[in-house]
Each structure stands twice: as structure tokens, then as C-alpha cells.
Design a protein around this ligand. Structure first.
Ligand code: AMP
Ligand code: ZN
Length: 485
């Protein structure tokens, strides 16, 4: 049995006895709807992945933190979630339409490498970024478009046989006029799409909204395969339809992506998949709003692109980006600034310190509470992360909740938000040699008092340390001393 079979097997057993109510905004209806899975206890979830011609910027990362928060919320409600994020390593053209060169070819030429080497480098970096954002990448499949050429060709053949595709001198095109309701996602009617189409009609194209399923290779194309339509490469949209079909099936529960993909990419995925199968392709389409900077979208071409590595280089924790995203609802546009990110880091560090205190006070025993119920209800109501964070903060500050209740809430918060609340990455402690003798001595006595469970003495000693301008925090690996700002 291969790893793929194991992954499938592990994740197909339903675990849920009674379904927990969940509500998500579905781009298909434009409304918030109760979530009902295709199969009890299981969710098939696909997210459009990055084009690996360069690194993923913080705007792209917003899309994956959103999808991860969704997956965590589904898991928190008892579902097995089978997740796929594709890696686009062929087919995405520079102009986003059917014109221009392939982004991978352009990058390969610029860097003097083969497209596969470029794809390897940036796919690896992408997955590392996700890991730094506390996304459990080992639970996600990351198929590459070049690994599914046969499946893409087979889908093209099916569409041609069913009369949804036609040949042109350029390759194979999808005939959007043959698909009733083309543009239904986000209510882009065919007429509006036609009016808005910026792409000139290529040779032999029947309708402006028609798109390439296969393109005959052009001179200089570095990636080419044989096909019934000639040697060439797949169009961009067909990879998602083909990989979803191959890895998750003809119908899936949820498909996510940034809102920029609704109009064309996702309407094209629907047209391909539904024409081929005759069935509803995706039950719930969910889209995140954009991350912007100074009212502009974040993009390489505007040269305002920021990467996770820039954040780390500035001495900020990568999870401060996750916290920053969670402060806004995924459907609300969010503006990036370094000040806002630093503020998010400050808040996250305070949260970690609170969490550590609760860990000590509760001895990591959990209890149910009404705050916990409200937290879960907020997350299950279309991933209302700003409300959920508010509930978490209020409860942690409140004296009305016992430490065990707070610890229980933190357990749910960690499960749903993924901020390493249960074992925070603490700031490095100052070495003992750098501490004034009275502070060092007080610290040693405080440790002895804590070991003897004499918390009153330990607290008095903490105060002494703080009065001398230091802060002491308890972490699972011992006390952490830092200078007060
Ligand atoms: P791409 O590589 O362009 O296909 O983008 C990968 C994912 O990031 C897609 O789901 C996009 O919709 C999403 N995305 C791109 N730019 C942004 C942005 N500035 N804010 C939020 N999501 C974005
Ligand atoms: Zn896609």
C-alpha cells in the first residue's frame, strides 16, 4: 500500500456521532448556509495552491491561513478532513489569460535553471512557510500539475467527446457557450464576463470567455508533453479539475481560494468538472478577501511584496502574521503594515504569557465553561475569528473563570486558531552571568519555593525581581528572564 492509499484510508473513517452545526458563507449562493457534508463525518477540502515561479507573499499566505483555520474548525467539530493544496508548476501564463509566456518558463530562463529546479525550490519554501505558520503540512497532499498530465489530457478528451471542447491552431479550447449557467459562481453572467473580457479573441476562439484546455507548444516553451492535440502543455484551469477528480473524486465538499479567482479560474473549474461528470462539482465555495498595502493589492509587479522571511528578518515571530490575519474576518479586506504586525506580535506575546500562567495555575487540567461554548460558537459561525479572540481575551482577564476553565478554553483556542498556545515558543532567557547578583539569588530562591509548592514566597520573590527591572516567566523548560521594556 503506497502513502497515498494510507492517507486515504486514515482519513475515510467517519468519527462523528452527532453532527455539530456549522455555518459557512457559500460564494455559490452568496449566503451563509448550514454545512452538510457529502458523507457523514468526512470533509473533502481543496485549496488552489501557489504558482511556484517565485515565493508566496504574505497575501498568498492569508489564503492558506484561512483554509487552515477552516480545516481546524471542521476537525474541531469532529470531521475527518482530507486536504489537498495543488502546486502549479506549469500552465499559468504571465497575463493570467491565454496569452503570453508561462510563468515557470520565464522564471527558469531568468534564473538559468530548469523549470523543475525552480518548482522544487519554491514549493519547498512554500511548505516551510506554511509550517512556520503552524499549518500541519503532513496532513495535506501537495500534488504538482506536472505529475498529473495524463489526467489533464484524459479530462480534455472527455470534454471533447462530450462536445464541450474544440480544436484551434493553438490547441484545445473549452466552449463556454455550451455550458449552461457559465459564470454562476459570484453571479458573473456570461454577458458580463464577455463585456469584461480583456483578452482578445485568439485565432479560432469562438467566444471571448472560452479558455485553453491544452496549448500547442510555442518556440521556447521549456515544458512540453505529447497529447492528442499535439505536443504542448495544459491550460491553467484544468489542473485543479483533474487533480480534484483524481485525488478527491467527482464531487467535493469545500473549495477555497482568494476572491480574485472567483470570476475566471473557479468558474472555469466548474465548467470543466460539471460538464465532464454531469454532477455538482463543489458544494461550498469559500473565498478570502485580499490583503492589501496602502490600498494596493500586494503583488510582485507593484514591488510591494512582503515575505515571511522579511518578517523573521525584522525579528518578529512568524506566528505574529497568523495572529494578525485572525484579528480580521477572512471575508474582510485587510491592510498590511509593519506597525499593525508589531502590534499583533505584542498581543500574541501577552497571550503566550497568559497561557503559561494558566498552564501553571491549572496544572494543565481542563474544565468546561460557558466561555468555551461561546468561543466554539463564534468559530462555527463562519469562522468569526475576531469574536473568538475577543472571547478568549475576556475570559483570560476575568476572575470569574477558574484556571481549569481557562486551560480548557486555551485547548480549544489552540485547536482552532493554531497559535501554539499550549506550549508557547518563549523568548530566550538572559544568561545567569548577565544578571545582577540580587536578581540571580532571588530567582534561585523562587525556584526552590516553587518546587516546595510555596507559591506565596515564590510570588513575593517574583515581585522583587520585577522591582529590579526584570520580568520572569515560567515555561515548560524552566523560568525565562527578560529585561522589562
Ligand atoms: P496564485 O499563486 O496567484 O494563484 O495565488 C495563490 C493564492 O493566494 C490564491 O488563492 C489567491 O487567490 C491568493 N491571493 C493572491 N494574492 C492575495 C492577496 N493579496 N490577499 C489574499 N489572497 C491572495
Ligand atoms: Zn484552482
Amino acid at each position: 500500500m503506497g502513502w497515498l492509499d494510507l492517507w486515504r484510508k486514515d482519513r475515510t473513517e467517519p468519527s462523528q456521532a452527532v453532527p455539530v452545526p456549522l455555518f459557512f458563507t457559500n460564494t455559490l449562493s452568496g449566503k451563509k448556509e448550514p454545512f452538510v457534508p457529502l458523507k457523514p463525518g468526512q470533509v473533502l477540502l481543496y485549496s488552489c495552491g501557489p504558482t511556484v515561479y517565485s515565493r508566496a507573499h504574505v497575501g498568498n499566505l492569508r489564503a492558506y491561513v484561512f483554509a487552515d483555520t477552516l480545516a481546524r474548525t471542521l476537525e474541531g467539530a469532529g470531521y475527518h478532513v482530507r486536504r489537498v493544496i495543488n502546486i502549479t508548476d506549469v500552465g499559468h501564463l504571465v497575463a493570467d489569460g491565454d496569452e503570453g509566456e508561462d510563468k515557470m518558463t520565464v522564471a527558469a530562463r531568468a534564473e538559468g535553471l530548469k523549470p523543475e529546479a525552480i518548482a522544487d525550490r519554491y514549493a519547498k519554501q512554500f511548505i516551510e512557510d506554511l509550517r512556520d505558520l503552524d499549518i500541519h503540512t503532513e496532513e495535506i497532499l501537495f500534488p504538482r500539475a506536472t505529475g498529473y498530465i495524463r489526467e489533464q489530457i484524459a479530462l480534455g478528451e472527455t470534454l471533447e467527446q462530450k462536445g464541450f471542447a474544440y480544436r484551434t491552431p493553438d490547441g484545445l479550447y473549452y466552449d463556454t457557450s455550451r455550458f449552461p449557467g457559465y459564470g454562476k459562481l459570484g453571479n458573473f453572467s456570461a454577458a458580463r464576463l464577455r463585456d469584461g473580457a480583456r483578452v482578445a479573441i485568439a485565432d479560432g476562439k469562438r467566444n471571448p470567455t472560452d479558455f485553453a484546455l491544452w496549448r500547442i507548444a510555442k518556440p521556447g516553451d521549456l515544458q512540453q508533453w505529447d497529447s492528442p492535440w499535439g505536443r504542448g502543455n495544459p491550460g491553467w484551469h484544468i489542473e485543479c479539475s483533474a487533480m480534484i477528480r483524481a485525488l478527491l473524486g467527482q464531487q467535493i465538499d469545500i473549495h477555497t481560494g482568494g476572491e480574485d479567482h472567483i470570476q475566471i479560474h473557479h468558474n472555469n473549474e466548474i465548467a470543466q468538472s460539471e460538464a465532464a461528470s454531469g454532477r455538482t462539482f463543489v458544494r461550498y465555495w469559500m473565498h478570502n478577501a485580499f490583503l492589501t498595502m496602502n490600498q494596493n493589492k500586494i503583488s510582485k509587479s507593484l514591488q510591494n511584496d512582503v515575505y515571511l522571511s522579511d518578517i523573521v528578518e525584522k525579528g518578529l515571530h512568524p506566528l505574529s502574521l497568523r495572529y494578525f490575519f485572525l484579528q480580521a474576518h477572512y471575508r474582510t479586506p485587510l491592510s498590511f503594515s509593519w506597525d499593525a504586525l508589531s502590534a499583533a506580535e505584542g498581543a500574541l506575546e501577552r497571550l503566550w504569557r497568559n497561557a503559561e500562567e494558566v498552564a501553571v495555575e491549572s496544572a494543565k487540567n481542563e474544565a468546561p465553561s460557558e466561555a468555551r461554548e461561546r468561543f466554539l460558537a463564534a468559530m462555527r459561525d463562519d469562522l468569526s475569528t475576531p469574536q473568538a479572540l475577543g472571547i478568549l481575551w475576556d475570559a483570560l482577564r476575568s476572575e470569574e473563570y477558574a484556571p481549569e476553565e481557562k486551560w480548557g478554553l486555551l485547548m480549544d483556542a489552540e485547536k482552532h486558531l493554531g497559535l501554539r498556545l499550549l506550549a508557547p515558543p518563549v523568548a530566550a532567557s538572559l544568561p545567569a552571568s548577565e544578571l545582577p547578583a540580587p536578581v540571580r539569588e532571588a530567582l534561585e530562591r523562587r525556584e526552590a519555593a516553587r518546587t516546595a509548592r510555596d507559591f506565596r514566597t515564590a510570588d513575593a520573590l517574583r515581585e522583587q525581581i520585577e522591582n529590579r527591572g526584570y520580568r520572569v516567566e515560567d515555561s515548560p523548560s524552566g523560568p525565562v528572564l527578560t529585561k522589562k521594556p
